[in-house]
Ligand binder design. Structure first.
Ligand code: DGY
Length: 332
């Protein structure tokens, strides 16, 4: 029997997903959560036609050139800033991500962070656990109102829209958004969201949530200058990507109470966290878990696996990022 083509799973995934892939391929797997170094990744990719990756593995022109048999890379993530898609297209490597399956789960988490940040959940729990609660007072941990306030959304893709619906329909919030391109009128009406320029968004939002993809253009989209335009009572939540916020500038602004509080699920240089963020009280910190429910993480891994299977067996990936190369320069 001819041997099956070989693929690499670069991070530990669910055993049944590995079995699903083994029905089609010889599978080599990193069965730890340790990230391969760039050199190890290239070494492991030798002879592999496909790979499942996460946001931790950088796949660019150098990887494509060093791994001439590689035909498809499937990110187990909707974000794909770890891929240099133009370089992969030029090299004929198909790239895929995992949209849709995580939208509602991630929006739920975005809202959880808005609530936790506005209502000072982490700060008050630390106070209680430290045994400091010895009497009740009227203004103890008084936070910011969520219902009826103005929700600002920077980045209005699928997840931004799902957050807008939660805010408008669930919490009676006035929703404003800024995005590279304005939504069509029907989608704006359905999300009950009003398009504004970035300066208005910063100025008017009571709670600002970031849901835009990371790109060089969006690096430090929120830094000291942008924070200075926000209300001193405002909160800021980042569930997008580290690097969109200047974490050092944010920590300083939080310490000086130039905004009320922040909620962060993503960090520059994660899993490291800027040390100043660890010492300010008015910030809720979580370790990049916005899409982390078992159902959703399983759905993401399954979609990535199905993308590899569908492309390598039938030439039809489910959620490609550069479908234009199929039949026009894609490696065979
Ligand atoms: C995503 O899907 O992009 C999440 O951030 C997990 O990496």
């Amino acid at each position: 029997m001819p041997s099956k083509p070989a693929i690499l799973i670069a991070r530990k995934v669910f055993p049944d997903i590995v079995d699903h892939l083994r029905a089609h391929f010889e599978v080599e797997m990193n069965d730890t959560d340790d990230v391969y170094s760039p050199a190890q990744l290239i070494e492991r990719l030798q002879g592999k036609v496909g790979a499942l990756t996460t946001g931790s593995e950088r796949i660019d022109a150098a990887v494509a050139a060093a791994c001439p048999q590689l035909r498809v890379v499937a990110n187990i993530a909707v974000g794909f800033n770890n891929f240099d898609v133009p370089a992969l297209s030029a090299a004929g490597v198909l790239a895929t991500n995992t949209p849709d399956v995580l939208t509602e789960t991630t929006a739920d988490f975005g809202f959880a962070l808005i609530m936790a940040t506005a209502r000072r959940l982490t700060e008050s729990e630390h106070f209680l656990r430290a045994g400091q609660w010895n009497r009740w007072s009227l203004d103890m941990f008084a936070g910011a109102e969520v219902h009826g306030s103005t929700l600002g959304i920077l980045g209005m893709g699928r997840i931004g829209q799902a957050i807008a619906r939660r805010g408008a329909l669930g919490f009676g919030m006035k929703v404003i958004y800024h995005n590279r391109s304005r939504l069509d009128a029907a989608t704006e009406a359905e999300c009950r969201a009003r398009y504004v320029d970035k300066a208005t968004l910063l100025r008017e939002a009571d709670h600002l949530i970031l849901v835009l993809p990371y790109s060089a253009e969006n690096h430090h989209a929120i830094g000291a200058a942008e924070i200075a335009q926000m209300k001193p009572t405002a909160t800021l939540v980042n569930i997008a990507r580290g690097g969109i916020v200047d974490d050092a500038a944010l920590a300083q602004a939080l310490r000086e109470r130039r905004i009320a509080a922040a909620g962060l699920d993503v960090f520059e240089g994660e899993p490291k966290v800027h040390p100043d963020l660890l010492t300010v009280p008015n910030v809720v910190l979580t370790p990049h878990i916005a899409s982390a429910t078992m159902q959703t993480r399983r759905a993401m891994a399954k979609l990535a696996a199905d993308n590899v299977i569908a492309y390598l067996t039938e030439g039809r990936p489910i959620t490609p990022l550069n479908a234009e190369i199929i039949g026009k320069g894609a490696r065979e």
